[in-house]
Design a protein around this ligand. Structure first.
Ligand code: SAM
Length: 240
């Protein structure tokens, strides 16, 4: 099974311990499906203060990450393996991460993620070194480490084999343009709260029909903006 290599350039490699060391992502790493490499940008600072940022030309608040330090770090990381990788700068100004984009990114053999800090990075780095800017939503975080972890988690789930044999990313919300149907488990009755009868009926076709209706109904209710996107949920095969 072929996996994905992901390199992360960050000022805080230690921020990545925890979420990527448990459960499905840990297993994917152990199985070689996710080959994750963390790199400290500060190691490529040249002066004795190990500066990675400086004041913005033209004035204004905050500091900006230096293009020379970032470029040296990127060249160093890219030289460590082939291919050089698709370079992504995590940025609130980027294309918003969606299921479709995640699937697209999961097809690359290698991604190089750059996590920003402060006011962000010198624009020349984006212009000359970055293939794509990706945002995790229209809000501002302190740094690009959490967005990078979000991207790594989401992408890894789409690497063939990462979810094991029992689970498929095609049955989750957004696959096929709909939210997923609701789930229930034992006990069948708790506190007077009952599981829908159909799920206990053992009638497979009726269960599939109910699940499909639920997917449509809850998408209409919770995320009507998803309806009308291709592929249309109305094009899904009828279940009798
Ligand atoms: N001054 C920038 C602006 O207004 O566009 C925001 C900089 S933010 C405080 C610092 C870093 O956090 C960014 O360089 C970026 O890497 C990361 N970041 C913040 N919000 C993000 C988001 N919604 N998606 C992806 N990265 C984000």
């Amino acid at each position: 099974m072929s996996g994905i290599r992901i390199d992360v350039l960050t000022l805080f490699p230690e921020a990545f311990t925890g979420p990527l060391d448990v459960s499905i992502i840990k297993r994917a790493r152990d199985d070689g499906l996710l080959d994750l490499h963390l790199h400290d940008i500060r190691e490529h600072a040249a002066d004795r203060h190990r500066s990675v940022d400086d004041y913005p030309f033209g004035g204004g608040q905050g500091m900006v990450m230096r293009v020379d330090v970032l470029h040296r770090a990127l060249v160093h990381v890219q030289a460590q393996a082939q291919p050089v990788g698709h370079v992504i700068y995590l940025s609130p100004q980027g294309e918003v991460l969606t299921d479709a984009l995640v699937r697209q990114l999961a097809r690359y053999p290698r991604l190089v993620l750059v996590s920003g800090r402060y006011e962000g990075v010198d624009e020349r780095f984006i212009e000359h070194c970055v293939d794509r800017e990706v945002s995790i939503g229209d809000f501002i975080l302190t740094g690009g480490e959490i967005p990078a972890m979000v991207l790594i988690d989401a992408v890894t789930r789409h690497v063939p084999g990462a979810l094991g044999d029992a689970l498929s990313p095609t049955e989750e919300s957004f696959a096929g343009g709909l939210l997923e149907h609701p789930h229930y488990t034992r006990p069948a009755e708790y506190n007077g709260w009952n599981v829908p009868d159909v799920l206990l009926s053992g009638h497979h076709a009726q269960i599939l029909k109910w699940q499909r209706e639920q997917r449509l109904a809850r998408t209409r209710r919770k995320r009507p903006d998803l309806l009308g996107h291709w592929p249309s949920p109305l094009d899904l095969p009828e279940v009798e």
